[in-house]
Design a protein around this ligand. Sequence first.
Ligand code: C2E
Ligand code: MG
Length: 547
Amino acid sequence: MSESLWRRNDLPAAEISAELFERMHDGVALYDSRSRLVGWNQAAATISGWQHDEASTRLDPQQRDGLAELSPGRWVDLRRITFQHGEEHYVGLLFSDARTHVALQAAYAKLNQLATTDPLTGLPNRLLAQDRLRLSLAMARRDDRCVAVLFIDLDRFKAANDTMGHHVGDRVLKEVADRLSRVVRESDTAARVGGDEFMVILHTLADESGAVRVAESILEALSVPIVIDGRTVPIGSSIGIALAPRHGDDPETLIRHADLAMYRAKASGGHTVRVYWPGMSDLSQDRLELTMDLAGALERDELEVHYQPQTDADTGMVVGAEALVRWRHPRAGLIPPDAFLPLAEENGTIEDIDRWVLRTACRQAAQWREEGLQLPLLSVNLSTRSVVHANAAAMVADALESSGLPAACLEVEVSETTLVAHRVEASRSVARIKDLGVRIAVDHFGATSSSLGSLTRLPLDTLKLDRSFVVDAIDNPEPADMAVLRAIVQMTEDLQVRCVAEGVELPAQLKFLRFLRCHVMQGFLYSRPLPANDMEALLTPLVGASA
Ligand code: C2E
Ligand code: MG
């Protein structure tokens, strides 16, 4: 009640207060100085059940300010007031337990919500997500189920936030939250756990492969550019997965491992999913164990070759495929090459791996040809060590001979850094491979400072534009970079070198590359690397082939 109302002498204060007194939703009672009940409003009657003849109701005379129990479950909160002529009375605010209970419940719920919900997106925050995970783990142990933690970090969010402003950033985060909520089931948890970090908990998983499927759906949902006020905000995501009980059975460990896997996904260029495996932590013990495992991986037949199509953007035809190695580790699951090839480089196993991949991929390509399936070109990567220190040409010749694949159908990829850093040895090795009739591709072109001049002197057939080159040119369109990119593509045209764009993920990138007149695309927009069977389904039969 505003004090000024009472100060206005022209207003009939007594009538106003009587009216307010009656209409109040709170129960109010008035006691005289001897603790006798002298008046009460309608709400007080409802709470207390007082009838007209309650005048004899007295409070304990000891009771002055503070709480007093009127009857079981009914309370009065007393305040002493002294009237102008000195008489003392007590005004009491009445409430029943039920009312207090409901009010308190609502207040606690509100407080709880504030403490456990992210105010921007309305998603649970880290605290609540951790709590739910703890509960879920306890139940999973009982029911012998798996639980998955997906740690999601947005790619390119910081750039969007910095250049387009925080209000755009906020709307992007809200949209991401909406998309996540649409992809995961209602029974699972999607939470925002940091600035541009989200977490998804899959509470009931029958088997672990389900987690990767959900992660890939999220990746796809978040790769669709977000449009805000007519402006396109290109966002992507990197996702790390940790599974219980295999990778830990308490929330802290699982979240740490999923986070680590997410970092690995980011480190390998983003827009990808990585499942945690022990070698990811850089503890030397883990590395040692993994290096020891790697030594026997080939004999135990644990390596696999996947194939990623290269597509002609004009015709939509698959014009080639890159062979990419994976390690199916018995405990850690499928390990990507970035995670074990550096170890293999260190201990020398890399030469055996390159030899095995060459043989396996050439045999597969030859088989497809025999079945009448069209794969004009197979690309295989060669490591620095194989190119510089081993007899790479002999490895290639051996693979061609044992498979029967025509040399013209094979291309070997040597990274630009190898060609530049080991110019003499690499040129010699490349020339020998070229003499076999095999094509040469320069891989990861533009990832480091490009040395166009020295490359033009090599017998190159293909130039693979590194993913970062294309992403940078689109994200930060600097005229100078664009000019360099244009000049490179122009140069490949003049020299009749095939130009392949790597890591094409977005239609905008495709459009830009076609505008530059680069026509062969390799990237998730078309397909991820696939096991041989799935790749086979993409190959078209040669016209007139019998198979
Ligand atoms: P790379 O030669 O540049 O191969 C392409 C890599 O880019 C692959 O990663 C592929 O999965 C990834 N990629 C393809 N499209 C996209 C896309 O749209 N977005 C993103 N973010 N990534 C995309 P992967 O299979 O993990 O291979 C990593 C690297 O490991 C390869 O890079 C290659 O340098 C090396 N590698 C793979 N297999 C072999 C092998 O058999 N021998 C040797 N020596 N190196 C290999
Ligand atoms: Mg490559």
